[in-house]
Design a protein around this ligand. Sequence first.
Ligand SMILES: [Ca+2]
Ligand SMILES: [Ca+2]
Length: 371
Amino acid sequence: MRLEVWYSDKFLPQEVRTALSFTKVTDFASLRTNTVDVYHLLQLWAMMSSFLLIIFILLGVCDVQGAADFRVCAFNLQHFGDAKAKKSNVMQTLVKIISRCDVCLLQEVRDSRGKAMPQLLDHIDRFDTKHRYETVASQRLGRSDTYQEQYVFVYRADTVTVTAQYQYPDDRPGDVDAFSREPFVVRFRAPTTAIKEFVLIPQHTSPTNTTKELDALYDVLQHVKTMWKTENVMLLGDFNADCGYLAKKNRKNVRLLTDSSLLWLIVDNTDTTVRSTTSCTYDRIVVHGERFASKVVPNSAKPFNFQTEYGLTEEQALEVSDHYPVEVLLRPDASRSFFSDGNSGSGMANKVVSHFGLLPLFLLSHILSAW
Ligand SMILES: [Ca+2]
Ligand SMILES: [Ca+2]
């Protein structure tokens, strides 16, 4: 089969021209005819395309395995200190829970001697050698000298870094000392995630002052947004935002609930309590803004029922904590992943289409081979 075809630099790849010993044409306008063996030309071109297609697919699959979702967790450890650190079964469970997360906010860290937390970190490091864990912790916070708590973020230093930290001073004019445990705000950089950089505002509210503190958290959010010029803010922790602590009639007065730019990912009627006799949504994760919301894996926010997951009795689980951790997944960076995208499913579709645009040529090569 021999045909006359038009060709130029613009139409044929260098490899094909070289392979077929074409005369080089540098001027697009100076098209001229030549006689080529169309059969071999198409076969060569199609085989190159099928080879490229296979390479792209392999690269894509490797990328999917390399770009995992990024898990952010918040866990009220219920009075974590020496007593719990001495119980090896409790520590084992804590280690398993915390090492699931890229960033884990721990609350109710009491640890007055400062020994239990380093022990916990040491256990985590030895349990999960694939990652390197570090912590960033607040001072002891609380109105009374006899009862204080720390916020501690445990994070994987190989996937995320701390770029800033800020202890909210709680001296807002007209509303001084709004919090019992002032938010210890931390800014993280996570290059493998679609969001890249985000701020976490933790809060463990006082049960007796939940409505007031949740509303004041809105002021902290505005302050942090302005201070760090960022919209990517997540608020998380044991908000006590349910049952007897947050009355339905008071919810309309809580700006953290009424502002439509805030998305409460752990929704009402989700049980975050270990005790089977209680069902309350105390622990929450709230993201600010559509952009951040779009970088979250849909429907991934949930409590982690470690009692069921690790086959514990209720009594054994309660030794660990009376709360389940809550968690959410952040999407991986689209440019690092074949099958994921920062905004929606469209990026994935585009990539699949762009890679599979070679599909007709792949099929053509096989048709021609069989010819
Ligand atoms: Ca205070
Ligand atoms: Ca329960």
